[in-house]
Design a protein around this ligand. Sequence first.
Ligand SMILES: Nc1ncnc2c1ncn2[C@@H]1O[C@H](COP(=O)(O)OP(=O)(O)OP(=O)(O)O)[C@@H](O)[C@H]1O
Ligand SMILES: [Mg+2]
Length: 886
Amino acid sequence: MTLLEIDNKAVIPPPPTAAAPVAPAAVGSGEPGPDQIWQESASRLLARLKTKIGGLTTAESRSRLALYGANDASDVKTVPLWRQFLVRFENPLIIILLIASGVSAVTGGAASFVVIAVIVMLSVVFDFVQDVRAQNAVASLRASVSVQATVRRDGVAVSVPISQLAPGDIVELVAGDLVPADSRLLESRDLYVNQALLTGEPYPAEKSVSDTASGEENPAGASNVVFAGTSVISGTATILICRTGSRSALGQLATSLAEKPPATDFALGIRRFSMLIMRFTVVLIVFVLAVNVWLARPVLESILFAVALAVGLTPELLPMIVTVTLARSAMQMAKRKVIVKRLSAIHDVGAMNVLCTDKTGTLTEAKIKLLRVIDGSGAESPNAFSYAYVNSKFETGIKSPLDEAILSARPFDMAGFKKIDEAPFDFERRRVSVLVEHGGKRGLFVKGAPEDMLRLSKQYQDADGVVKGLNADRRADIQATLDGLGAQGFRALGIASRLADSTAATANQDRAVITDETDMVFAGFAVFLDPPKASAGATIRDLEKAGVAVKLVTGDNELVSRHVFAEIGVPVTGVLTGEALDRISEEALIGQLPRTNLFCRINPQQKHRILLAIKRRGDVVGFLGDGINDAPALHAADVGISVEGAADVARAAADLILLEPNLAVVGDAVAAGRAAVQNVTKYVLMGASSNFGNMFSMAGATLILPFLPMLPIQILLNNLIYNISEVAIPFDNVDPETVVNPIKWDIKLIERFMLVFGPVSSIFDFITFYAMLFFFHAGEALFQTGWFIESIVTQTLVVFCIRTRRLFFRSKPGEFLTVMNIAAVAVAIGLPFLPWGVGVWFGFVAPPPSFFVFLVIATLAYLGLVEISKLLFYRFTSGTRPSAAK
Ligand SMILES: Nc1ncnc2c1ncn2[C@@H]1O[C@H](COP(=O)(O)OP(=O)(O)OP(=O)(O)O)[C@@H](O)[C@H]1O
Ligand SMILES: [Mg+2]
């Protein structure tokens, strides 16, 4: 099974839209066709793509980029700003509103049309500006961690984001790089790529320059091309970019599998809430219109009133509020050195209740030191060191910290050693071989996972260089030496050789192949110290306290991993090795998950399998890793987390990038994610209760009043003021107790909240209507003015109750929120008193002083009622909060 069949979260290209027709195939229309970039000679391909080995010029690259679009199969196409702006007018409510007010302008005065048009414009501009600013902030964060490629422009090698590549670009690749697009090899040395993302094949595939290659039945097998989404395991290459973005094989595969990434819980929840409100709105509008027609009121005014009500009811700012909240959260995380690549990951990280992590760099310092190189009985072995050194020096794969430790341990004279070939490292066999010539003799020098190295050896070479047979007793001795190292917390690599004169097979060979890694002469161990991080234990305990179970998933062996746990003071509750994992069923694995917190000798496919099993249990799972071997798991996780120095594929697959490899910052991200969800929830609860209640009462009032309870313009103005005040919600403080556990979006809570607090607000509204009519003997204008002021005052101030589950004065609101809401109240009260008859435009009159006495008493009564209802509400629904699953 390939990765794409299992999960396609991060590799989905946008479907071609009408506005962005698929650009002409990169490799022109001449024959052979565009799909066979492995068939033509390189020189013809270069000519057809109108490029040369020195690369495109900057101007050429710019025009090609404009033609073919960004090289990005995963990202949604960016909509131009003017369209983002205009799209906001596609809202049918806005269209009806503008038409109806236009018609009324023709028949009556132009004033109301102008006012409505201005209010609509203000609302749209406000929404647009906030939204675009938030998106820009996030885009620049994302750009700061984009994967770069070395490309030749104007004849010099420069580094550009891979999204900026176009057909015809010439790119240089080294080990660890992500192949940015489907490309033809122009030059290569010892090039091996991992194509697991395309083919599911875990072993490195060798690629080399040739004029033509066959690839009809299996394009991934074509040896002279490399494909987008694969990564370089070892060697170097210069490539010609041929097919970018969604035209790459990966892009095509992804398009044919699914059009869109699956919506997250959060997105679904938001959509469901909007639908809920829409249904209420439709019913209400039909009702209001029917009543007005039945009472024979002016049709046009009735329509305007109904539509204004609908505008007031719809949470049209919700998408913007969500974006602003998440973007603000992303900015906060950036300060804590966490860069958010996918905005919706903020919600997922807040909901995460299991975090899987690899070991090196997160639980350990990643300052690996080579302590000794010993033979099987523990004696210092210069021989084994020389094999290890030569192996590390000559291998062209991604330099692992182990290689760096070997090379920096002490100088070694490489004179006389000549590299013939290598079999690069991969995470399945966990070893690397180089074929070397020295003194006219050839030999294979191998290093890798120690237990496998011992198993594959037939003879044994001690520190003095004497080669002996490897009988069962000696094997057991060597194993005991290895176990001793592990128990002391040392990491070890096994070292072996296979000299040309030892078997005929290697005598004159010029190729290193993995099948030669057998019948070897075991030479000893390289012993490393990778000290555990002092802070790791406390960090893990903090995460567990926050409801996030931490599990170690590592390619290293059990003894070493157990030792790390012991050092950082975290108990091992259960162990599963890769070997055992391969023998158990899906059900058995899921059954073992809750108590297992250590998975060792796990290969990349197994990491992926573990992640899927955790998801299948219903947990929200994060994965933290930095290697090529972690990419499949990063794709599969709900939240993929990587670090700045990670391999390109890992960074490309991740949703969050840590600028420092520290588990503690994950804890910060979790808290920020939860706070963001809480603030979005506040906005939704406001909309679902007080705003909803007000509009509902207004509809009811049309039944009993001989005139409209509020003029359409006033409703729109009310809505604008309310919306502007609520834009402070993303910046509000969050009560600490609401973020101690993972939070999932809870639509049930919102529905119940609406059913309780809508009516609470309505009861109070009808009391106000009664007072206006029978106490103040209000006529039309005074009634509308009074109701306008009350409506804003109560709608905005209630945020101080709804924002917290505590008694309102026990929780400190954000300053911005306080200022904005008090300002909204001041504006509402001040409007009718404005000079130059401004209030009159909106149909306001100045209310008598006694009204304000009533306003204060009534508002306090309302807030008191909400506060009591709130305490009761949460007392009876407190059992519904999601608890941390282990
Ligand atoms: N450069 C190398 N040469 C030979 N063998 C290696 C090399 N790097 C790693 N190995 C072997 O492969 C195993 C798995 O690699 P590695 O430890 O990097 O996996 P991992 O899952 O990323 O582990 P971690 O959780 O520590 O990051 C190692 O334990 C070691 O035995
Ligand atoms: Mg690793």
